[in-house]
Design a protein around this ligand. Sequence first.
Ligand SMILES: Cc1cc2nc3c(=O)[nH]c(=O)nc-3n(C[C@H](O)[C@H](O)[C@H](O)COP(=O)(O)OP(=O)(O)OC[C@H]3O[C@@H](n4cnc5c(N)ncnc54)[C@H](O)[C@@H]3O)c2cc1C
Length: 406
Amino acid sequence: MRSYDVIVIGGGVLGGAVAFYLAKQKAGRILLLERNVIAQGNSSLAAGLLTRGRFKPDLISMVLETYAAIHEIETRTGKSLDTRRTGCMYAAVSPEHQKNLRELAAVSAQGGLRMEWEDTARVSQLIPWLHLPRGASLLFMPEDGYVDGYLLASGYIKAARLLGVEVNENSPVSALVRQGDRVTGVRTAHEEISAATVVDAAGVWAGLLAHEIGVGLPMAPIRSHYWITDSHRSFSPNQPFVILPDARAYARPEFNHLLFGFREKKSASIHPANLPVSINGITFKQDPRGWDTLMEGAPKLSLFFPLIEEIKITSYIRGLSNYTPDGNFVLGAFPGLEGFIAATGCAGAGIAMSGGIGRLVSELITGQQPFVDPTPHRIDRFGLIDPQDPAFIQICADARSGKVTG
Ligand SMILES: Cc1cc2nc3c(=O)[nH]c(=O)nc-3n(C[C@H](O)[C@H](O)[C@H](O)COP(=O)(O)OP(=O)(O)OC[C@H]3O[C@@H](n4cnc5c(N)ncnc54)[C@H](O)[C@@H]3O)c2cc1C
């Protein structure tokens, strides 16, 4: 029987990040198992915003860790991840959103982030497609950027490989092996592989593996989606990306096109038991092509982006992220069960948080002092839950619908 110190299940951005940090911390022999091909799960679909501004200081530290990881991957592999450091512009209009923005700025300033309050004239010059209602509060974070999720996930895995991590593609884990109060390894179609620690970083599929051994991960697969417009002279790749809480929307340049997404009032979900084995098989019963969401969101977005009324939409991209009821992640051990660690529950921010999650999870595994408090992300923070209960899935969907930040 093959034997490892750590097995990581899932070759997405989170499995890749965990493997990378474990290897850096010399956590022994590490095997990463990917059911399909690495980096081609939901990570490859992300808009890739690396938004540093957060309402919680620990989350800022976690995103900063991702920027540090990007730099380190580029140094180690000698390849650029092509991160676009365009900066991020927040535009808030209603008194409520302006107050939230001031709070975001205060927490972010304490976290050491650079920012500037802007006036409409300068913003209109920087982002000509953006129409600014009178009195809008405009906050610019010049160091923010975005990255291609495929490049980042494969970058982590490439760097992990260079550090000695073994990576097996086309290797689906069919089950976790549990013996009493311990997970001792994994089962695949051909073999059982043992490990002192198994990390479940299988993305939206992570809950299924855990469920089979009696562990309920408090999260559900909820749809995220965005649209890309035709090219237009007012879009350019160097423009900042934009967060518009009043329209529950974000937008960023995609070369000379514009990519934009909304958080709709009723987010669509997929019951975990109905998940296909790859993102290519995903279909949604509710609003399958996203038109209803577009019709719901467009009127508010048009106040900021009048061109939406006439410009052609050329692409629609949708995928799944794990949402939790409180917007925190699902990380660490399950009480009373040795050898099992979760690295999931990304709350739609797995690209931005990947460095922080990778570092935190590897610190928990190697017994080091965690660089941020892991308590908010504990698996058991809601007590015993059934993640396959439709009522619980609805709570997670509602958590996405309520999200207004990037
Ligand atoms: C449309 C969209 C836009 C988004 N935009 C952003 C954004 O702007 N910023 C941001 O930070 N985040 C964004 N996200 C969220 C982000 O994409 C996710 O948080 C992140 O990709 C989660 O990474 P993951 O590694 O958990 O999942 P995945 O990338 O899906 O990886 C999981 C991997 O596990 C593998 N796997 C599953 N089961 C098994 C098994 N049994 N055995 C072996 N392998 C298995 C899968 O094949 C897959 O490769 C967006 C998501 C979507 C869908």
